[in-house]
Write a protein that binds this ligand. Structure first.
Ligand SMILES: Nc1ncnc2c1ncn2[C@@H]1O[C@H](COP(=O)(O)OP(=O)(O)OP(=O)(O)O)[C@@H](O)[C@H]1O
Ligand SMILES: [Mg+2]
Length: 338
């Protein structure tokens, strides 16, 4: 039995429970001409556990990319992290110098983005590009780095990997280029991978293969992952936990099973209904988009204008994220409970 009053045991318990990434009260803003910054991420709390694949779903403009890039302390220009802590493996990375951050990026935390061709250097062979990452971050010899590159090309299931080592990016299909980007992201066995809409440009069968591969490699290497997508359906197969983000805030968060079998937030249900063939269901959960310029008061629920269940209270009392059942959170005064 673990006695938490014992300091040694307490430390042991803390180590076991320590998440890979503990995002605390993160706020990211963009300056505007009016002078009042636009808040893209609002006071966001999120803990991603070791080795878990965490899905983040939301519409265009919800703040997914802003969050993803802020984890590397690279919010999209001219965005700025205005508050919060980013505790990675027990250490807040907010005070780190740029040099220290550069050492971490690609080694401890790596990012996979769509449009793989833009990520790759057209002038270097695939083998050199992968090997360079290992040489810079792991300080291995050239020979060793090339050996590692060949090994990871095999792991990402590139056909004929020996020959591909000397190929250039333009000689590859989109799916293959995405595998190279994944190889680069994984070569240092990072503790954390951010995947931002990484498979959106690929056709459906290639997407399924790449997701399968990405999941297997992440699990084999013990890497945790923040997996971002606009497609809620993908998270059903791919993620251990899922959260929905709307206007820079988490609306619902749960284990995959709870999320899909017992969705509680009207916004989550609307996103799921949007994928249904049942028109009645879609209409039931969606209100027409509010007119442009229709703003939500800061004291109201951010989803109030589009929520079919909104009541008087939702217009005057901004809901907090609260736990409905163990590990299942929703930001709603009137969650759908079943
Ligand atoms: N470069 C920028 N300049 C100004 N505002 C920005 C910039 N990038 C993002 N924003 C603001 O931040 C909000 C979130 O944008 P973000 O790109 O993070 O959304 P997203 O969820 O990744 O959308 P998508 O699914 O289209 O990729 C946007 O609504 C926008 O107002
Ligand atoms: Mg985005």
């Amino acid at each position: 039995m673990l006695k938490l009053s014992d300091p040694v045991q307490e430390n042991a318990a803390a180590t076991v429970a320590m998440p890979t990434f503990d995002i605390r009260r993160l706020t990211v803003e963009f300056p505007t001409i009016s002078g009042n910054p636009a808040v893209a991420i609002r006071n966001l709390d999120l803990r991603i556990e070791r080795g878990e694949i965490f899905g983040l779903v939301g519409e265009s403009g919800a703040g997914k990319t802003t969050l993803a890039r802020s984890l590397l302390r690279l919010p999209p220009e001219p965005g700025r992290i205005s508050a919060g802590e980013l505790v990675f493996e027990g250490r807040d990375i907010m005070p780190l110098t740029e040099v220290a951050l550069q050492r971490m990026r690609g080694r401890d935390i790596s990012m996979i983005v769509p449009n793989p061709r833009n990520e790759l250097n057209p002038l270097l062979t695939v083998g050199e590009q992968i090997a360079n990452v290992a040489r810079v971050h792991l300080r291995v010899s050239r020979r060793e780095a090339f050996g590692m590159a060949l090994e990871i090309l095999r792991a990402v299931q590139i056909p004929d990997p020996d020959r591909r080592m000397t190929a250039f990016p333009h000689e590859m299909s989109g799916g293959m280029a995405q595998r190279i980007v994944i190889a680069i992201a994984l070569i240092c066995s990072p503790k954390f991978i951010v995947s931002d809409d990484a498979t959106s440009g690929l056709d459906v069968t290639v997407q399924a293969q790449i997701l399968d591969l990405l999941r297997r490699l992440a699990k084999d290497r013990g890497s945790a992952m923040l997996f971002i997508t606009r497609d809620i359906g993908i998270t059903a197969h791919f993620c251990d936990r899922v959260a929905v983000i709307f206007d820079g805030e988490i609306m619902e968060l749960a284990d995959r099973e709870d999320f899909f079998f017992r969705p509680a937030h009207p916004y989550t249900i609307m996103l799921m209904a949007a994928f249904s063939y049942n028109q009645r269901l879609r209409r039931l959960w969606a209100r027409p988009e509010p007119l442009p310029g229709a703003a939500v008061e800061a004291t109201a629920c951010p989803y109030v204008l589009r929520c079919p269940l909104a009541q008087k209270r939702c217009r005057v009392d901004r809901p907090a994220l609260r736990e409905l059942a163990r590990g299942h959170y929703a930001r709603c005064h009137f969650p759908v409970l079943r």
